[in-house]
Design a protein around this ligand. Structure first.
Ligand code: C2E
Ligand code: CA
Ligand code: CA
Ligand code: CA
Length: 279
């Protein structure tokens, strides 16, 4: 059997054998999934809290496996990163996301911005910049309408390199959001040096609204920090109206969550938002 690096030891622990086999099968199946047309993009609306208008969407990948059904990214993205398949998947996501924006526009729906998640390997890949440039050029989408989401932990792995890479990408006009803010160990000194546009408040803090005053204090502090750094805020995982109301009063700019819409296929987003009056 083919074993990989730090997982090799698992073969000597009987209880884990099934898990290893499952992983190997999954890896084999994931190889070429993009080429076989098994990946799907879903889009989750981001709503401007002041106007109620659609501010943008986040592109979230799914894997439609012939036997397993729709596999969640939480299951296959970490594996794809580990076995070096994320660049292939990431490229597909990027191209698809840009093409979809142009397609919506042709159908009469203008989505102001699309956010795409980046992985460590992508930002450490010297070819990444060219791939982003190509996705924009092929689709004809303006760079300013593409937002790349990076997590704190991704940045902090190699802060100087990440900073250089983001600066380069900036020349394409793209924007950057820091994802899952507050859950990683980031140095504010580094964050301040990055060309960021938006800060995404992690859903764990949003969940605390109305439940835990410490969590609410963190939400206020993050919004104040973002303001001080000149960044916009997006709160994630907003499931309830009282959370949205708290965020509005706290001065949060944009919200994303099941209360406003789950990640959905492109056609469904079009149906829901085409000619939708500002709420
Ligand atoms: P993320 O970037 O933090 O994305 C937000 C996740 O929260 C999504 O899960 C979304 O469906 C979920 N979510 C949104 N609103 C709510 C809510 O109100 N309540 C709850 N409980 N959850 C909500 P999803 O789509 O399963 O994606 C999971 C993670 O997989 C993402 O977390 C991201 O880290 C990764 N991922 C997804 N697509 C891609 C991709 O194209 N590339 C890379 N590198 N990673 C991706
Ligand atoms: Ca994200
Ligand atoms: Ca997030
Ligand atoms: Ca997350």
């Amino acid at each position: 059997a083919k074993t990989k690096g730090r997982n090799a030891y698992q073969f000597f622990e009987p209880g884990l054998a099934a898990g290893v086999l499952e992983r190997l099968m999954m890896e084999t199946a994931l190889r070429g999934a993009a080429g076989r047309g098994e990946l799907r993009l879903h889009f989750q609306p981001q709503i401007d809290l002041r106007s109620g208008a659609l501010a943008g969407v986040e592109a979230l990948v799914r894997w439609q496996h012939p036997q397993l059904g729709l596999v969640s990214p939480a299951q296959f993205i970490p594996l794809a990163e580990e076995v070096g398949l994320i660049s292939e998947i990431g490229d597909w996501v990027l191209q698809q996301a840009c093409a979809q924006m142009v397609a919506w526009e042709a159908q009469g729906l203008r989505v102001p911005r699309i956010a795409v998640n980046l992985s460590v390997q992508q930002i450490e890949d010297p070819q990444h910049m060219a791939r982003v440039a190509q996705a924009l050029a092929h689709s004809g989408l303006a760079g300013a309408r593409l937002e790349l989401e990076v997590t704190e932990s991704l940045i902090m792995r190699q802060p100087e390199q990440a900073q250089r890479h983001l600066q380069e990408l900036l020349s394409l006009g793209v924007e950057f959001a820091i994802d899952d803010f507050g859950t990683g160990h980031s140095s504010l000194a580094y964050l301040r040096r990055l060309p960021l546009h938006r800060l995404k408040i992690d859903q764990s803090f949003v969940r605390d609204i109305g439940e835990d005053s410490g969590g609410e204090a963190i939400v206020h502090a993050v919004i104040a920090l973002a303001r001080a750094l000149g960044l916009h805020t997006v709160a994630e995982g907003v499931e309830q109206p009282h959370q949205a109301e708290f965020l509005r009063q706290a001065g949060c700019d944009t919200v994303q969550g099941y209360h406003f819409g789950r990640p959905m296929p492109a056609a469904q987003l079009l149906e829901r938002w085409l000619d939708a009056p500002a709420r």
